[in-house]
Design a binder for this molecule. Structure first.
Ligand code: B12
Ligand code: SF4
Ligand code: SF4
Length: 233
């Protein structure tokens, strides 16, 4: 049973265009990475199915447009959510792209959106290093809100449901995905190579639509959880 504030925030964010909203207990994480806030709200918006189907061979300009569009929508959504909470008298920070900043390198953030998402029960980290949701597979983009509001939190997800699947590892044109299963405590670089991915994603964006962005997305398109979602939506 969700409390009234959860329902209120969830429906407000859905009205504004969020496709999945979840509430996570962040207290297992060091206080400084979560800016001392106990709760993280994970917000996901989904790509249209045809846009993801369209990147089977190469990333397209349509995919690039949606990448830009969804990032803007997410920044707006979390800004609105944080504002609503502040009006209710709670502290909150919208983790927009400018607020997130970077961590010790350009491949790291202090509190990745995917960490908030697993805490909020949205999904698990796939062998691809992407968040995989039951509802839309990997064809989503994510953002987060940090708050001290008394929200009810979900059971975190700490176990992968990838099983024996190796579809993303086989399809990745960079060979960036080792095929090792994620579990809590397994650092990204132990199963995924961000440098290989970045280099190849740049090249493929160049080949696909003339470049200017680091996007590829084959690991989103090939995932059976993404493809399963195509059948229903
Ligand atoms: C840096 C970055 C990159 C780098 C590095 C990739 C990476 N996986 O880190 C590069 C340029 C290579 C890249 C590429 C891509 N990216 Co990128 N990227 C980011 C960014 C900005 C930061 C990620 C980060 O901090 N990584 C640091 C490492 C340590 O953490 P992590 O990879 O997030 O995941 C670990 C933690 O979440 C941890 N974890 C999970 N739960 C828990 C719980 C606890 C308690 C703990 C301790 C840890 C823990 O487990 C994971 C594995 O170790 C995020 C946006 C953001 N602000 O979060 C987007 C993001 C991860 N990217 C995204 C996407 C879609 C892509 C691309 C497909 C690009 C494209 N659009 O075509 C590719 C796919 C690469 C891939 N297979 O992962 C999406 C992922 C959506 C999803 N379904 O998961 C994000 C979330 C952007 C967004 N706003 O939606 N990206
Ligand atoms: S975005 Fe492309 S290069 Fe990067 S991991 Fe996914 S499939 Fe591989
Ligand atoms: S393609 Fe298979 S192994 Fe890769 S993330 Fe999806 S389910 Fe997991």
């Amino acid at each position: 049973m969700m409390n009234i504030l959860n329902n209120y925030i969830e429906s407000k964010l859905q009205d504004e265009g969020a496709d999945i909203v979840g509430f996570g207990d962040l207290t297992a994480l060091p206080s400084e990475v979560r800016k001392k806030f106990p709760v993280g709200i994970s917000v996901a918006v989904k790509y249209p199915t045809e846009v993801i189907r369209g990147i089977s061979d190469f990333p397209t300009s349509e995919y690039n447009k949606w990448y830009i569009n969804l990032n803007e929508r997410l920044d707006n959504l979390v800004t609105i959510g944080a504002e609503i909470l502040r009006k209710k008298g709670y502290n909150s920070v919208a983790m927009t792209r400018s607020e997130v900043g970077s961590g010790e390198s350009e491949d790291n953030t202090v509190l990745p959106h995917k960490t908030v998402a697993t805490r909020a029960g949205l999904g698990w980290i796939g062998k691809s290093a992407l968040l995989i949701t039951e509802k839309y597979g990997a064809m989503i983009r994510l953002s987060s809100i940090l708050t001290n509001a008394p929200l009810e939190t979900a059971n975190p997800i700490s176990v992968s449901k990838c099983g024996d699947c190796l579809a993303c590892a086989k399809a990745c044109p960079a060979g960036a995905i080792s095929g090792k299963n994620w579990e809590i405590g397994l650092y990204r670089d132990e199963f995924f190579d961000p440098l290989k991915c970045r280099k190849t994603a740049r090249e493929r964006a160049e080949q696909g639509f003339g470049g200017g962005n680091t996007i590829c997305g084959k690991c989103i398109e090939i995932c059976p959880y993404t493809r399963r979602a195509w059948q229903y939506r």
